[in-house]
Write a protein that binds this ligand. Structure first.
Ligand code: NAD
Length: 357
């Protein structure tokens, strides 16, 4: 900090409860707090077992369960869920699941203004953001609206025990991308930076531990905590160069979301690290290494994530087209000015992997 430090922080509201086993005991009281007497619950296919444990004790208060969740929230799913909420005349939404389930409840809240109580079961972080997403005719649109921000979030790490380790690693690395990018976006501030560093520390610890032993419960707690912080800083700081690159690649070449993040992030970080000042050292220390970009790349390798874009389905021949797709999005706000040549260098490094990362 220096005497010249100035920042603006649009802090977000929300009540957070965190603790192992909590979801089995606090949901009724938390719904009371929100004044919810008739709720529509949301749970996707993979979250059914968890919902089957959590919903029965809530009795008649749960008047329906929407299980038609699909990834990226297709418009027809959002419409069906909203119609169900209206038909049942509910006064609240209870979502139990990952980012897709939370995202479905958010689209209903956006239409109806109903409050959401979120019970996350992955490390996506959507439950603490006011960002919604909706896919119409294969095109995903996103936006910010405070009405979709869950009023209450119950983090119960136990609910993530059943997440297969490959999914847990992918979800944890996705959260890591939110935190690292939050260090350099336009809306970043010293508070979000501190949250991001603490998040990276928890996520790195949790990722290494589940890679060593997927049944490590402390690791799932660390990942849940890291994911909460990652979502919180992403909610305020937003996304930047890294997410723009990954979304463009994902859309143009149909690459897997989390794995693309894992391969690209170290190279965007290597590009931006010289602008981060002392934060680069704080980040390296949080990852547990001397150089943050190298450390991140090694961490991805340690936990079995792919190292190169060629590992996730991109072909060397795709490079020029990829540069064109991303360069079309310039100018992109970034602490270090970024031009077409820089994008080509970052992508070339991510395509083949490099010794420096
Ligand atoms: P997901 O919600 O699609 O879940 C992945 C799979 O895991 C699903 O089959 C699900 O049923 C299953 N699953 C969830 N929890 C489980 C558990 N505990 N045990 C076993 N299986 C379980 O994936 P995700 O990574 O949580 O979310 C990704 C989506 O969230 C993307 O669409 C992304 O764009 C969105 N997202 C949005 C925001 C935002 O702020 N709006 C933030 C992050 C992610």
């Amino acid at each position: 900090m220096s005497t010249g430090t100035r920042f603006t922080y649009d802090a977000l509201p929300g009540r957070i409860l965190f603790g192992e086993g909590l979801a089995g005991t606090v949901l009724a009281d938390e719904l009371d707090r929100l004044g919810c007497r008739r709720v529509l619950a949301f749970a996707g296919e993979g979250e059914r077992d968890i919902a089957d444990r959590l919903l029965p004790p809530l009795g008649e208060r749960v008047v329906g369960v929407f299980d038609g969740v699909r990834m990226h929230v297709p418009a027809e799913v959002a419409e069906a869920a909203t119609a169900r909420a209206r038909e049942l005349e509910v006064d609240g939404l209870l979502c139990i699941g990952g980012g897709s389930t939370t995202g479905t409840a958010k689209t209903v809240a956006r239409e109806t203004g109903l409050p959401i109580l979120a019970v996350p079961t992955t490390y996506a972080g959507s439950e603490v953001t006011p960002v919604w997403g909706l896919t119409t005719a294969a095109r995903k649109e996103t936006g910010r609206d405070l009405r979709v921000l869950p009023r209450t979030v119950v983090y119960d790490p136990q609910l993530t025990w059943s997440l297969p380790s490959a999914l847990a690693v992918a979800s944890g690395l996705n959260a890591m991308a939110h935190s690292v990018e939050a260090l350099w976006t336009e809306a970043a501030n010293p508070v979000t930076t501190s949250l991001a560093i603490e998040s990276v520390r928890a996520l790195a610890t949790g990722l290494r531990a589940i890679a060593a032993d997927e049944g490590d419960r402390d690791a799932r707690t660390a990942l849940t905590y890291g994911a909460y912080l990652a979502g919180s800083c992403f909610a305020v700081a937003g996304s930047g160069l890294h997410h723009k690159i990954c979304h463009a690649l994902g859309g143009a070449f149909d690459l897997p979301h989390a794995e693309t993040h894992a391969t690209v992030l170290p190279h965007v970080l290597a590009f931006n690290a010289p602008t981060l000042g002392p934060v680069a050292q704080r980040l390296a220390e949080a990852i547990g290494c001397d150089d943050a970009a190298v450390g991140l790349s090694h961490l991805a390798r340690e936990v079995g994530a792919p190292q190169r874009l060629t590992d996730v389905g991109m072909r060397p021949d795709d490079l020029d087209e990829a540069v064109d797709v991303i360069a079309a999005k310039l100018p992109i706000h970034n602490p270090r000015p970024v031009d077409r040549g820089d994008i080509a260098s970052i992508l070339a490094a991510a395509l083949h992997g490099t010794e420096t990362c």
